[in-house]
Design a protein around this ligand. Structure first.
Ligand code: GLY
Ligand code: MN
Ligand code: MN
Length: 436
């Protein structure tokens, strides 16, 4: 993303906030993994969306219409000795020179400076409840002001949820964001293809996870979430991430893995036979899920609302399960009683963006939200038959199938960003036998 795009986003948010408002956003903290080792730093998505600033220990402040400076960044000071160990810091001067801040201060001075910035504002916009320490800090600044006895109308009277405005902005992707998401989807697709080609009975799930991570890393990406590489019974565990089982001949393997390219996620799932050829039962389940995904993607268009792809997937899956004898009864009543949830217990998708389960409301008031061009969502129906499922013949046990793609809503329909990974049975079998 260019500096101009960050500036455009700040202007757009400031227009919505209007004069009399102040928005305050904290950067993500560094997190200890164990003793003095940290997790890889990942900036807070809201913070980086507006600032492009990738350091911890920072706070961004926006005050629309403030004459001296509308965008103020608090950040770590330069420190040659720390920088020798941990790498360069922008420092307040760099924040102004290179990151578009109108004014910048050391983060250590925030308690002195921030109450003064709040003082003449009526409304404070921040994301309440997301960072408990930050809530306490904001209340401390506010209390400080109140205790100074300035109750003559010059202290804020309202606290407003910033996420309501900001998350709506984030839901509509710009041209630059769509470019990044297309790239993230392509890299994930290449990784899934590598994994399919490397898959064979007898190896460990983590060996295939390594194929994914290698492809992500060599393209400059991190993983967007912990990859799921679940074979046999693990293909039926929705959030399985241990990835430490030996895969056996005749089993299914469910792989849910996406990468983060320049801060934007892909989220792709494929379900494949470990030995490269679907059994009769695996094929039957797979085809129902594939048909459901196609029916759902058909409904991804600006003419439809959020729930229509899910409704289409539910209908196809319920019909398919009845046909296979896994559900008994009439399709409409099985849908009404949600009987399909025994096998398909999650929703058909979610918004996708900087966060894998991205922000944005799914309803407007009581109604489902209408899909609009430049939103991105996943479409990911599934059927999972855990070993031991009551009332289900043993031959179906351990078959878990999800097919997940990333879909951009366009003016007239949609574009499947992750379309490079095969999903037809014949194409998967061809790739796994070395045929593609
Ligand atoms: N990988 C998480 C999801 O599919 O929603
Ligand atoms: Mn997903
Ligand atoms: Mn996924």
């Amino acid at each position: 993303m260019t500096p101009a795009e960050f500036a455009r986003r700040r202007r757009q948010l400031m227009r919505m906030i209007g004069s009399g408002g102040i928005a305050i956003l904290p950067a993500a903290p560094e997190k200890i993994r164990n003793r003095d080792t940290t997790y890889p730093f990942r900036q807070d998505s809201d913070f980086i969306y507006l600032t492009g600033f990738d350091e911890p220990d920072a706070v961004a402040v926006l005050i629309p219409g403030r004459a001296h400076a509308e965008y103020i960044l608090f950040c770590r000071e330069r420190d040659p000795s720390r920088e020798t160990w941990d790498g360069p810091r922008a420092g307040p001067d760099g924040a102004q020179a290179d990151h578009g801040a109108d004014d910048a201060f050391p983060i250590s001075d925030i308690d002195e400076i921030l109450p003064g910035l709040m003082e003449h504002c009526e409304r404070v916009y921040y994301t309440m409840g997301a960072h408990p320490d930050f809530d306490t800090q904001v209340m401390g600044w506010f209390d400080g002001l109140r205790n100074r006895g300035q109750s003559d109308g010059l202290i804020p009277r309202e606290f407003v949820a910033l996420d309501h405005l900001l998350h709506d902005m984030r839901l509509y992707k710009s041209r630059g964001e769509i470019g990044a998401m297309r790239k993230a989807a392509r890299i994930a697709a290449a990784a899934h293809k590598k994994l399919m080609a490397a898959c064979r009975p007898g190896i460990m799930e983590y060996e295939l996870e390594a194929e994914l991570l290698y492809e992500f890393k060599r393209n400059g990406c991190d993983t967007a979430y912990q990859p799921i590489v679940g074979s046999g019974p693990n293909s039926c565990i929705l959030h399985y991430v241990q990835n430490n089982r030996r895969m056996e001949d005749g089993e299914m393997l469910l792989v849910d893995a996406g990468c983060e390219y320049r801060g934007y996620a892909s989220d792709v799932t494929r379900s494949i036979p470990v030995n490269g050829r679907f059994s009769k039962e695996q094929k039957a389940i797979y085809q129902v899920v594939l048909d459901a995904q196609k029916a759902a993607i058909e409904k991804v268009s600006p003419h439809n609302h959020w729930n229509e792809p899910h409704d289409a997937a539910v209908k196809t899956i319920t019909r398919g399960l009845v046909k296979l004898g896994l559900l008994k009864g009439r399709v409409p009543s099985l849908i009404k009683s949600a009987a399909y949830k025994k096998f398909f217990m999650h929703r058909t998708g979610h918004w996708l963006g900087m966060d894998v389960h991205d922000v944005g409301d799914y309803r407007v008031g009581e109604e489902w939200r209408h899909l609009e061009a430049s939103m991105v969502m996943t479409v990911e129906p599934g059927i999972y038959i855990s070993p031991g499922t009551r009332g289900v013949a043993r031959k179906w046990w351990g078959i878990g199938v999800r097919i997940e793609d990333d879909v951009l809503i366009t003016k007239n329909g949609c574009e499947v960003l992750s379309r490079d990974v095969p999903r037809e049975i014949a194409d998967i079998e061809a790739l796994m036998s070395g045929g593609i």
